[in-house]
Design a protein around this ligand. Structure first.
Ligand SMILES: Cc1cc2nc3c(=O)[nH]c(=O)nc-3n(C[C@H](O)[C@H](O)[C@H](O)COP(=O)(O)OP(=O)(O)OC[C@H]3O[C@@H](n4cnc5c(N)ncnc54)[C@H](O)[C@@H]3O)c2cc1C
Ligand SMILES: *[C@@H]1O[C@H](CO)[C@@H](O)[C@H](O)[C@H]1NC(C)=O
Ligand SMILES: *[C@@H]1O[C@H](CO)[C@@H](O)[C@H](O)[C@H]1NC(C)=O
Ligand SMILES: *[C@@H]1O[C@H](CO)[C@@H](O)[C@H](O)[C@H]1NC(C)=O
Ligand SMILES: *[C@@H]1O[C@H](CO)[C@@H](O)[C@H](O)[C@H]1NC(C)=O
Ligand SMILES: *[C@@H]1O[C@H](CO)[C@@H](O)[C@H](O)[C@H]1NC(C)=O
Ligand SMILES: *[C@@H]1O[C@H](CO)[C@@H](O)[C@H](O)[C@H]1NC(C)=O
Ligand SMILES: *[C@@H]1O[C@H](CO)[C@@H](O)[C@H](O)[C@H]1NC(C)=O
Length: 426
């Protein structure tokens, strides 16, 4: 379930701890770092700068930290200077991509850090021979999807939120509705340009600086700052069948204990479907969404599928345990499907501090293993908790059911950092 975000939550931690651990930068450290940045011609902002609030406010307003200084480098040399100046002054360093870190790690995760805002790294170019995309670490998922499609109908698996940054997302996993077929965004990274803690820029692949390359995928900020990410893109599907099945009927129609039994039984059948049904081909990815306002639905998509066949044969099997389900199955283009799921939309989103959407939230993620499916007791406890808290909140819960035979998420090399990261926390 959403383990990419689990990895983000656990590993998205500042690492340049070889420098001093000052949760609040001393005045001397601030003076030293500014002198160094000026000498290195690195653009930066401090508390007195006109754009400070926009630059320093974290996406999650619940966790707000005050950086000592925010650099806005335009070149890799300026990224390098940002790091070496911080190290010399004894400040912690943290890169910021799209800023969507649940725990506000990209504003430091504590006060007094030097933040490297990567918004000026915005290139998205697809080589028309290799279809390898070079993408700047300041880009956001919606812009990436549009630009890849415009350059030869290319695509990547990634999350639905168009404002999430490609760097934080892909370096920590990156799950979305193409993932049972194509894996995680991380699985498509074939190279990374990285500025290391000593300020050197290296081009890393599975054969050059292979250790750095391996470690960056899953724990990026612990080893360096990625400036450009290189992805092997995929041919976008000609069409996508988007499906939603409203399952809420059983939440309200019976006593709470009956409702818990029915909802849990329906989920058990869905879990069974995901682990054993030959109808579940890798081009289908799906999950459920339930919230404190009585909303409960299953949704997902099937790439290059026939909508009528899907509606009459596959979807009924998925929701067989939910009497009264109300289905909607729509044939869309790739871009239409991404737009449908984009929340808040549109796909195109402003970079860096020009992005003004914020939220206030607390999130936890859990991942389970195909080998140990959720028991009846656990599933009932889950739905009992959801039902007991209707009208309280607001909260929502998502279960991405991405396992089962043929899932590209589960069938990658046992030595990849993807698998190693999951093994650590799974
Ligand atoms: C509304 C919302 C929806 C989401 N939807 C999904 C989803 O559908 N699927 C999914 O898998 N995840 C999803 N996520 C989780 C999201 O993928 C992660 O929070 C991700 O880390 C965000 O990346 P970012 O660049 O925006 O974040 P940032 O906050 O900028 O960075 C996150 C972490 O990555 C580090 N980092 C950023 N840039 C670099 C770099 N250039 N080099 C090294 N380290 C870097 C930061 O220091 C920080 O520790 C969602 C999050 C939110 C808030
Ligand atoms: C850094 O300092 C903070 C605040 O004193 C502390 O909570 C944190 O554990 C320290 N981190 C390390 C790695 O020492
Ligand atoms: C923020 O302001 C600083 C100087 O005040 C400037 O160097 C920088 O380019 C600005 N950044 C953005 C993103 O506007
Ligand atoms: C595309 O990649 C090929 C193979 O690596 C390379 O020869 C070519 O120069 C690249 N094209 C561009 C425009 O960079
Ligand atoms: C290394 O990467 C190349 C190209 O990205 C790929 O073809 C090759 O299979 C990879 N090798 C290993 C051992 O993963
Ligand atoms: C930084 O570290 C890398 C990797 O160990 C090394 O190749 C490079 O020479 C170092 N750069 C400097 C300036 O020491
Ligand atoms: C996608 O899945 C359907 C069944 O759901 C299958 O019939 C079809 O062949 C698959 N298409 C591709 C391109 O894999
Ligand atoms: C995985 O790593 C182990 C230990 O380093 C090695 O022996 C094995 O050959 C590797 N397997 C693959 C598929 O790369």
């Amino acid at each position: 379930m959403h383990y990419s975000t689990l990895i983000q939550g656990l590993l998205g931690h500042n690492i340049f701890q070889m420098t001093a651990n000052l949760s609040i930068a001393s005045p001397q450290a601030k003076t030293d770092v500014l002198v160094c940045l000026v000498a290195g011609s690195v653009p930066y902002a401090t508390r007195d700068s006109p754009n400070w609030t926009a630059l320093s406010t974290s996406f999650n307003l619940r966790l707000q930290y005050n950086p000592a200084v925010i650099t806005i480098p335009e070149t890799e040399n300026q990224v390098s200077k940002s790091i070496t100046c911080a190290a010399a002054a004894g400040l912690n360093v943290q890169p910021k991509g799209g800023g969507h870190s649940y725990a506000s790690h990209s504003t430091g995760g504590q006060h007094g850090s030097l933040i490297i805002d990567m918004e000026k790294f915005s290139e998205i170019s697809v080589n028309q021979t290799t279809f390898i995309a070079k993408i700047g670490a300041g880009q956001r998922l919606g812009n990436v999807a549009e630009a890849l499609y415009e350059q030869g109908r290319r695509a990547l698996p990634h999350g639905t939120c168009p404002g999430a940054g490609v760097a934080g997302h892909a370096l920590h996993g990156g799950y979305g509705y193409a993932s049972r077929k194509w894996g995680l965004a991380l699985d498509h990274i074939i190279a990374l340009d990285v500025v290391l803690a000593n300020g050197s820029l290296v081009h890393t692949t599975n054969s050059t600086y292979a250790d750095v390359f391996w470690a960056m995928k899953g724990a990026g900020e612990s080893f360096g700052v990625a400036t450009y990410l290189y992805f092997q893109t995929m041919q976008a599907p000609d069409s996508v069948v988007y499906f939603v099945s409203d399952l809420a009927a059983q939440m309200h129609s019976t006593s709470t204990s009956d409702a818990v039994d029915i909802l849990a039984r329906g989920f058990e059948l869905l879990q069974e479907f995901s682990l054993t049904s030959p109808l579940l081909t890798p081009n289908i990815t799906f999950g459920i969404h339930v919230d404190s306002d009585g909303t409960f639905f299953l949704h997902g998509w099937c790439m290059d599928c026939n909508a009528a066949v899907f509606a009459s044969t596959v979807l009924p099997e998925m929701v067989a345990g939910y009497p009264g389900h109300v289905d909607s199955v729509t044939g869309l283009s790739w871009i239409q499907a991404l737009t449908e799921l984009a929340d808040p939309g549109p796909l195109e989103q402003p970079l860096g501090s020009r992005y003004t959407f914020h939220d206030t939230f607390h999130v936890k993620s859990l991942a389970t293993n195909d080998d140990i499916s959720l028991s009846t007791v656990v599933i009932k406890a889950y739905f009992a908790e959801v039902l007991a808290n209707q009208g309280k909140g607001p909260f929502f819960s998502i279960i991405n059911i991405y396992g089962g035979p043929g899932s590209a998420i589960n069938t990658i090399s046992a030595n990849s950092s993807h698998t190693q990261a999951v093994a650590l926390f799974g």
